[in-house]
Each structure stands twice: as C-alpha cells, then as structure tokens.
Design a protein around this ligand. Structure first.
Ligand code: NIG
Ligand code: FE
Length: 424
C-alpha cells in the first residue's frame, strides 16, 4: 500500500536524538510511504514513490500529517478501581505522600487490585488500551505494581500478556513489585525490600521463562522516594535485578531528590523516569549516559503541582529526553500522548518538533525498541498515524481533542476520526 500526498511526512529517521539535537523530524513535504505486509519499505516525495511503485493500492493522505505511531514508555496500565474521591481530597489540600502514608494512595489501589479477578482487571484495562490506540499510541510500556505480593504481581503480569495477545498493541512489560511498601510490611520496609529481592525477583525470572520464553526479560523498576524505597533499598532492588539479568528502570525525583537518577546511570538503567526534583549533578550524569530521561508532565499537572522536569537543563547537558503519560489511577489518568505533547510544550518549553521526537524515536529508545518502532525507516514495523491536520505544529498547539484520523498498526488501517480538516 502506498500512502501518498501527505502535506507533511515526518520520518524521524536517524536514531535517538541527544541534547540539543532533539527535534529533527525528517520532514518531507507532499510525502509518501510504501508499506508491504507489516513493514515499511520506502519513504520519499509522492511523485518519486508513485513513479517507482506504480500499481500499488493507494491511501490518500492529502492535507494530512503522516508520522510514526506514538510510543508511550511509562504507564501503569493495569489496576483495579479508581481514586476519584482521593482526587477531591488532594484538590482540597491534602498532599499525595500524606495520603499514601495514611494507607491511601497507591495502597488504596492495591486493595482494589488484590480483590479483583484477572478477568475484571483485563476488562478494566482494555478500554484504556483502546483509548491509547485511538489517540495514536501504537506501542506502550506497562507496569505491574498494584499487587505488592507475589501472587497478585504475577496475576498482573499474566493479565498484561493476555491484553497484548488480544489487542493490536505492542507492550513492553515492567515488573514494579517495588512500587510501595506492602501494607503487611508497614513497620518493616527493609523486610519488604528483602522479599522483593530474595523471593519475588527469582520467582519472576522462573515464571517468565515458563510463561513468555520467546520474549526478552521484562524491565525491573523501583519507586525511589521518601515513604517508598530509599536510595539504599532502591540500589538493593536494582542490583539484585541486574544480577538476575533484568534490564532496569527507576522512578526518581518525583517529589524529593534522593539521588535515584545518578543511581540509574551508575547501574546502566535503560531509563530514569519523572525527574522533577533532579539535581544539577544528577542531570550532568544523565547527560553523559545512555540512560534515557523520561519526563511525565501529566503527573505534576494531575497533582496540580508547579514543578516540571527541568527539560531545558537536561537538553543542555546532552541528555536523551523522552515523554510518557504515566497513565495511573493516582496522579495521571490520561491515555493521550497528544495531551502530553501539549503540556510539554507549555510547561517545559519544548517546541512541537522536540516534543514529537521525544514521543516517538526517543521514547522507543526508552524501552529499547528502536529496531522496530519509533520512526518510519525501511524495515521497521508499519506503525503510523494519519493526522487530520496539515501541519505538525497542530500537535502541541491544540489539546484536549483527538487529531488522529487513522492509525496504521503493522500495516493494517484503523479509522478513528469523526471527519477531518482540509485546506482544499
Ligand atoms: O508514577 N510514583 C509512583 N507511581 C505512580 C503513581 C501511582 C499511584 O498513585 O497510583 C506515578 O506517579
Ligand atoms: Fe509511574
């Protein structure tokens, strides 16, 4: 199939974009993409591709932007219930970490998740995954972390594998047994940390080999934060995970600077995520590393807080910046990378081009999937979007509505739009 006549084709070709190089879209005016089976075969100007490949089935993208599907590299996709009542409390002035310390917050979702059947969990996650897809996300990272006991954490993994099987989405899976101190260990955080390291991680390793032998090992993540896991405990979890062969991620500096970003760099983590209260030394360390800095602007927005990731300092230090939704029931229930882009432009002063690169090729790098997704390079998976706008800057400029006309996943076309904007 030849998708042709796009007012702007964004290829994002050339690999992850570091520091001030962020924002190269590989823009081709009046562009075309040739797709065969599930893969991209060629990109270029419409006239050239139509001449080179006559007789292909055609899909007209006149007046539209065509670009890679979004890669959302940080979500907590699978949970039970909701926390609407807590949102009201937070807006009335009660801080997030105080609600957690009083047994609410993450622990409230843990209670609602532990008592839910696998069918109920899948049924609740399914529409989230649909909404992500309809808003243009074609690859998503998804974490466990609302079980905090071996059996429930494994149930969440099983649910995630089932959701990937039944859906069109590609999932990158992360084990976040170290998301909070389990309620049974309220007075013994070290005891829970030891349980994660000495029981859960070895069981996970074995479980994965039986249940998903064809996939690479999942990421292991830890919430490095006051009232969650301190720096020493985070080091313990990630070091043990690394010994067992797992690739690493970390939640760092969401509320306080504990040094989690530098720890991530030291241990060779694939990404360090949140990065709001990150110190200058941590930023410098990220800038010298391959650890992707994943910013989650929906989280301060969702909590009505003022501080966002110091994105400009990260770019200045030559860091690799990516964006994600952090979709979760407590701080950021949002499925749309388009909204993330709009926020990133305003709160972190990214240009639309920088935010787009941070949501495609760089976010694919944050889950180490640039061999398959994140750009329109020949040989990669045919995961792309046809947007109902003629200029890529409408992403960022516009917010709160869906600009996707069609999602193409592994070469199959799905229409999601209600009608679209044409200049002629
Ligand atoms: O990324 N920080 C920890 N985890 C989530 C919030 C989880 C929750 O509140 O349920 C986050 O913001
Ligand atoms: Fe998170």
């Amino acid at each position: 199939m030849l998708i042709h006549s796009a007012s702007q084709l964004l290829t994002l070709a050339g690999g992850p974009q570091r520091g001030r190089d962020l924002g190269h879209l590989g823009l081709i005016e009046d562009g075309a993409v040739l797709i065969r089976d599930e893969k991209i075969v060629a990109t270029g100007p419409t006239a050239e591709l139509r001449a080179a490949y006559p007789g292909e089935p055609l899909l007209d993208a006149y007046g539209c932007v065509v670009m890679p599907g979004f890669v959302d590299p940080h979500t907590h996709l699978i949970w039970g219930g909701d926390r609407a009542a807590e949102f009201e409390m937070k807006m009335s002035g009660k801080p997030y970490l105080e609600i957690l310390a009083a047994g609410g917050g993450i622990l409230s979702t843990v209670r609602q998740t532990r008592t839910a059947s696998i069918e109920a969990l899948i049924a609740q996650a399914r529409p989230r995954l649909f909404r992500m897809f309809a808003h243009g996300t074609t690859t998503v990272e998804a974490k466990t972390g609302y079980g905090l006991q071996t059996a429930t954490e494994l149930r969440l993994l099983k649910a995630l594998l089932a959701l990937e099987d039944e859906s069109r989405m590609d999932l990158a899976i992360t084990f976040l047994g170290a998301h909070a101190i389990a309620p049974e260990f309220r007075d013994d955080p070290q005891g829970y940390t030891d349980l994660v390291c000495e029981t859960m991680l070895p069981i996970l390793r074995q479980w994965w080999e039986t249940h998903a032998p064809e996939r690479g090992l999942p990421f292991v993540d830890v919430f490095c934060e006051n009232k969650a896991f301190d720096l020493a405990q985070s080091r313990q979890v990630l070091t043990r995970a690394r010994e067992l062969g797992f690739p690493l991620k970390i939640h760092a500096d969401e509320f306080d600077n504990l040094g989690g970003a530098s720890l991530a760099v030291e241990l060779g983590a694939v990404s360090a995520d949140h990065l709001v209260k990150t110190s200058a030394a941590d930023i410098a360390a990220l800038g010298r590393s391959e650890t992707v800095a994943v910013s989650l602007p929906c989280t301060p927005f969702g909590l009505a807080e003022h501080d966002y990731t110091p994105a400009q300092a990260i770019l200045e230090a030559n860091g690799i910046l990516a964006l994600a939704t952090d979709c979760n029931p407590g701080t950021a229930w949002n499925e749309s990378m388009q909204f993330v882009i709009a926020l990133a432009c305003r709160a972190m002063k990214l240009t639309p081009a920088q935010a787009i690169a941070a949501s495609t090729i760089n976010s694919a790098h944050a889950i180490r999937m640039t061999d398959k997704v994140g750009s329109l390079d020949p040989g990669k998976q045919a995961d792309l979007l046809i947007l109902s706008v003629p200029d890529y800057r409408h992403l960022g400029y516009r917010f709160g509505t869906n600009l996707v006309r069609q999602v193409i996943k592994k070469g199959r076309v799905y229409s999601v739009d209600v009608g679209y904007y044409r200049t002629a």
